[in-house]
Write a protein that binds this ligand. Structure first.
Ligand SMILES: CCC1=C(C)/C(=C/C2=NC(=C\c3[nH]c(/C=C4\NC(=O)[C@H](C)[C@H]4CC)c(C)c3CCC(=O)O)/C(CCC(=O)O)=C2C)NC1=O
Length: 169
C-alpha cells in the first residue's frame, strides 16, 4: 500500500533519478493540500454513518426498483449489504484522501470487486450512482466544515467509479 510520497520515491528509485522539478511540484501540491485533506477526513468521520444513510436513501429514492422484489437490494440482508458496501467506499476513500494516493483503493477495495458484483448480480450502474451521491454529500459536509473542496476531494470517489465501470474487453 502506497501513499503519494512512497509512490513518487518508488518511481524515481526504479530509474535511479534524483527528484526533479516535476517531482518537487508534485510534492509541493501534496503538502499544499495536506491540511485540507486531513481536515476533510475528520469532517467525514464526524458524520460517516449519517452520510452513508443519506446516500442510501437518496439512491433508493432515485431508483426504487432496487429495493422492490426482484431488485438486488431487496430483502433486509441485501439492503444492509448495500449500505455496508457504501460504508466501505466512504471509509476507504478517507484513507485515500489522507494518503493522497489511490493505491489503497486498488489494493483493498477494487481487486476482484467487479467479478464479485457480476457473479452476485449486484448492478454496477446504480452502485456508481450511489458512490457519486456519496461524493456530493461529502463535498457539502466538507464545505460546511469550512474546508475549501478541491479536485483532491473528488479523486478517490471518481477513481472507484472509473475502475468499477471499466468494461471487460
Ligand atoms: C472492503 C472491500 C470490500 C467490498 C467493496 C466488498 C463488497 C461486497 N459486496 C458484496 C455483496 C453485496 N453488495 C450489494 C450492494 C448493492 N446492491 C444494490 O442493488 C446496490 C446498487 C448496491 C449498494 C449500493 C448487495 C445487495 C450485496 C449482497 C448480494 C447477495 O448476497 O446477493 C460482497 C459479497 C459478499 C458479501 O455479501 O459480503 C462483497 C465482497 N466486500 C469487501 O470486503
Amino acid at each position: 500500500m502506497r501513499d503519494a510520497i512512497t509512490s513518487l520515491i518508488k518511481n524515481y528509485d526504479v530509474t535511479g533519478r534524483y527528484l526533479d522539478r516535476d517531482a518537487i511540484d508534485r510534492l509541493k501540491s501534496y503538502f499544499a493540500t495536506g491540511t485540507a485533506r486531513v481536515q476533510a477526513a475528520a469532517a467525514i468521520n464526524a458524520n460517516a454513518a449519517g452520510l452513508v444513510k443519506q446516500a442510501g436513501s437518496q439512491l433508493f429514492a432515485e431508483q426504487p426498483e432496487l429495493i422492490r422484489p426482484g431488485g438486488n437490494a431487496y430483502t433486509t440482508r441485501r439492503y444492509a449489504a448495500c449500505l455496508r458496501d457504501m460504508d466501505y467506499y466512504l471509509r476507504y476513500a478517507t484513507y485515500a484522501l489522507v494518503a493522497g494516493d489511490t493505491d489503497v483503493l486498488d489494493e483493498r477495495v477494487l481487486q476482484g470487486l467487479r467479478e464479485t458484483y457480476n457473479s452476485l448480480g449486484v448492478p454496477i450502474g446504480p452502485t456508481v450512482v450511489g458512490i457519486q451521491i456519496l461524493k456530493d454529500l461529502v463535498r457539502q459536509q466538507v464545505a460546511a466544515a469550512g474546508i475549501e473542496p478541491g479536485p483532491w476531494l473528488d479523486q478517490p470517489f471518481d477513481h472507484i467509479t472509473r475502475e468499477l465501470s471499466e468494461q471487460d474487453i
